[in-house]
Design a protein around this ligand. Structure first.
Ligand code: 4AD
Ligand code: MG
Length: 428
């Protein structure tokens, strides 16, 4: 069985391809079948005189997305983008489909998401999923090449990591449990055992509004490094993004083309990324006419305005301690600021990475758990990490779908994951 992706190797040969009819048009005694097989798309030309009567009739009747097996000779064809087409000599319709709901006409996003199980077959969605896959490969390569050990964090957890407002609670044999919001706390244990670790898995947040940047289930990669400070983590994030974007540019051109992605902004992803403190960023935002409320977090309009000022990702560090998670290390020179960093993607995309240095002093950590009104006993195991050989350490989390959204240059995060979960969507 041949694959369309490798069809160039079969010029002049007669091969069989199994796939689905993307589209077919008839001109008299000719059928032009656009075949897709999961690896690519190509044109197969069926002449009435070259196949038996029944076959021609069956293909004439077969609607969009009918499954078929087609045999024929591969010929060079300079008019097609692929460079080849098939002259069909034999064919079989495996299942003749009728009334496929996604037609070449325009459909609304809700309709398409209801039909997500079918929509994945279309060209743009195919390209986005291919880029997602390339991003995952690049991410794993980056950490594996640098001797990080993969330590999977659990999905069922006894405590909150990123604040209690977005916790998904479930029942665990008569006790409450929560779906993980972040694997970080377990990576901290891992880093104390292996020096450098990462996890890469699904994380869950009960986001109560529907936005173009939030899913309730998303994939996060989280590296953690022992004996690292905030600067080390910023450098790691920078090297990481440069390498991942370069990998996609190298291996994913054909998909970026389908998406009509402007490559300029991706080619600009080079070191060094501009760095600024939260206070500097606030001053700049005030200047730009989008002031931040004193000591408040950035909203997405602030991130959009700020990132449009730069041609590459930027790093904003030292946010107010009060708006950041309990584990973030307070700046010893100013406890009102935390040694954390957000990496904001350009072109208005905003935060894709959050991370920083972890609070490594047991007394401060216990105070922070109280201040965040979290139960001390749920963190007994975590506090062990500060009682038995505590060291400066840090890491970050990158949301895969935020990365894919930006790399693809698309508007809404829901198209970056095969089956999106949002407040108003649990199917298909
Ligand atoms: O900034 P966050 O909340 O940081 C953490 O969870 C840390 N514990 C990570 C760490 O240091 N190990 O989330 C990290 C990233 C965000 O920058 C964003 O890319 C993504 O996770 N993210 C979401 N992506 C999609 N939908 C959501 N609801 C998201 N919430 C966060
Ligand atoms: Mg964040």
């Amino acid at each position: 069985m041949a694959r369309i992706a490798d069809i160039g190797q079969h010029e002049g040969q007669t091969v069989t391809i199994s796939g689905w009819i993307d589209n077919s048009t008839r001109r008299g005694k000719l059928l032009f079948i656009q075949l897709r097989d999961g690896s690519g798309r190509m044109q197969c030309v069926m002449r009435k005189q070259n196949v038996d009567e029944e076959t021609f009739e069956a293909f004439k009747r077969a609607g969009q997305e009918s499954s078929v097996r087609i045999t024929g000779e591969i010929k060079a064809d300079t008019r097609s983008k692929l460079g080849f087409e098939m002259q069909v000599s034999e064919g079989e319709v495996l299942q003749s489909a009728e009334g496929y709901p996604i037609t070449p006409k325009e459909h609304g996003p809700n309709f398409l998401h209801d039909k997500r199980h079918l929509w994945l077959r279309s060209r743009r969605q195919f390209a986005i999923m291919k880029i997602r896959h390339l991003c995952v490969r690049a991410i794993r390569n980056f950490f594996d090449d640098r001797d990080f050990t993969l330590i999977d964090s659990p999905v069922f957890t006894p405590n909150a990591c990123e604040g209690t407002t977005t916790l998904f609670e479930t029942e665990y044999f008569g006790r409450p449990a929560y779906l993980t919001q972040s694997g970080q706390l377990y990576q901290e244990a891992g880093a104390m055992a292996f020096g450098k670790t990462y996890c890469f898995g699904p994380t869950f947040r009960a986001e109560k509004s529907s936005t173009r940047r939030h899913l309730t289930e998303f994939w996060m990669v989280e590296p953690e490094v022992a004996f690292a400070d905030l600067d080390d983590i910023m450098e790691l994030s920078e090297d990481f993004l440069v390498e991942v974007v370069a990998y996609v540019l190298e291996h994913g051109r054909e998909y970026l083309e389908i998406l009509e992605r402007d490559l300029g902004p991706l080619e600009n992803v080079q070191k060094p990324f501009p760095r600024m403190s939260y206070d500097e960023a606030c001053a700049k935002l005030a200047e730009l006419g989008t002031p931040v409320d004193p000591e408040d977090d950035f909203g997405s309009p602030h991130e959009t305005v700020l990132t449009k000022e730069f041609d590459r990702p930027i790093m904003v560090h030292r946010f107010p301690t009060a708006i950041k998670a309990f584990y973030m290390k307070e700046d010893p020179t100013n406890p009102l600021r935390a040694l954390g960093v957000d990496v904001l993607a350009p072109e208005g995309y905003g935060e894709i990475i959050g991370g920083g240095a972890r609070e490594d002093r047991i007394d401060v950590l216990e105070r922070k758990i109280d201040e965040h009104q979290l139960p001390q006993e749920a963190f007994d195991w975590f506090k062990d990490l500060r009682n038995y050989g505590s060291v400066p350490h840090g890491g970050f989390g990158l949301g895969l779908e935020r990365l894919v959204c930006w790399v693809c240059g698309i508007k809404h995060i829901r198209e970056t994951i095969p089956f999106p979960r949002m407040i108003d969507r649990l199917t298909p």
